[in-house]
Design a binder for this molecule. Structure first.
Ligand code: ATR
Length: 275
């Protein structure tokens, strides 16, 4: 029996995910016979789901909260970057039943930044990161890899930032949340990885007076697309890059591995996902 190659995204909740729109758009755009769906999977059902889906024609998955860390235990092969980050967001089901796990969040972050700010020079100065959750981990790995000389982190819950320093070493410096604005004084790259500013969440209240106009500023929040944080940075003269592109670009490696076509992230892709 030949069936359509299938991929999808697992998480819980999952109804908000934009990945089905993104991958369905790409399948359609490149004329690829395939399917991409969202699957709500509970923690309890995770292992069985991972074992069953390949039998139903699935060739891979994206993984979102809360499974990004727990899927790692079921992977037979894990990329270096997923190991460093400690989480996976992209799975490939091999013909022999083995599961290959990768993390493309850092790649997505970097590709978005490079597309939105082509003159950005990672080596020009420190990066300042607000937040120390899963997204921050992936971003730190990507920034360190790109040659950012110093990574300054501030998080409401300081021990989580300290843990990142313990994991990622001397290039990381921690600043207390009540002094988070001090990170901005010489930062060349500034990133919000907290949920602050998202629709339904609290406002981003750290003062941005110390922001340098030369800094490139980006937010992982993409709902709204223009966050008050990005607007304030643009008001200071900074180049700003919104967070939607990170989501779009992180989908590229998976789509390419599953369906054999490297997809473009361009205005048409953005429009399709926002429609
Ligand atoms: P993700 O994996 O997307 O990074 P996460 O691990 O839940 O998600 O992290 C969310 C980030 O937003 C954390 O840095 C969190 O700070 P805490 O570690 O102190 O929880 C931050 N965050 C969420 N709500 C916040 C708030 N009201 N004030 C400050 N930081 C907040």
């Amino acid at each position: 029996m030949t069936s359509l190659p299938r991929a999808g995204v697992i998480g819980n909740p999952i109804s908000h995910s934009l990945s089905p729109k993104l991958h369905s758009y790409w399948l359609n755009r490149y004329g690829i016979e395939g399917e991409y769906t969202a699957l709500k999977v509970t923690e309890d059902a995770l292992e069985k789901t991972l074992r069953d889906l390949p039998k139903k024609g699935f060739i891979g998955l994206n993984v979102t909260l809360p499974h990004k860390i727990s899927v790692m235990q079921f992977a037979d092969q894990i990329t270096d970057r997923a190991t460093l980050i400690g989480a996976a967001n992209t799975l490939i089901f091999k013909d022999d039943g083995r599961i290959f796990a990768d993390n493309t969040d850092g790649y997505g972050f970097m590709a978005n930044l490079r597309q939105g700010a082509p003159d950005w020079d990672p080596k020009a100065g420190p990066a300042a990161i607000f937040g120390a959750g899963g997204a921050a981990r992936a971003i730190i790995v990507a920034l360190a890899d790109a040659g950012v000389p110093e990574i300054i982190i501030s998080n409401r819950t300081r021990p989580k930032a300290e843990a990142l320093r313990a994991d990622f070493g001397a290039r990381v410096r921690v600043v207390d949340w009540v002094q988070a604005d001090q990170m901005l004084e010489d930062a060349n790259t500034v990133i919000n990885t907290t949920s602050l500013g998202m629709v339904g969440a609290q406002e981003f209240k750290v003062p941005l007076d110390a922001l340098r106009p030369e800094a490139v500023v980006t937010d992982i929040v993409y709902n709204p697309l223009r966050t008050p944080f990005l607007d304030a940075a643009a008001g200071k003269g900074c180049i700003t890059v919104d967070g939607l592109g990170m989501l779009l670009h992180q989908g590229v490696p998976g789509f390419e591995r599953w369906f054999g076509q490297r997809p473009d992230v361009d205005d048409a892709t953005r429009a399709a996902v926002l429609a």
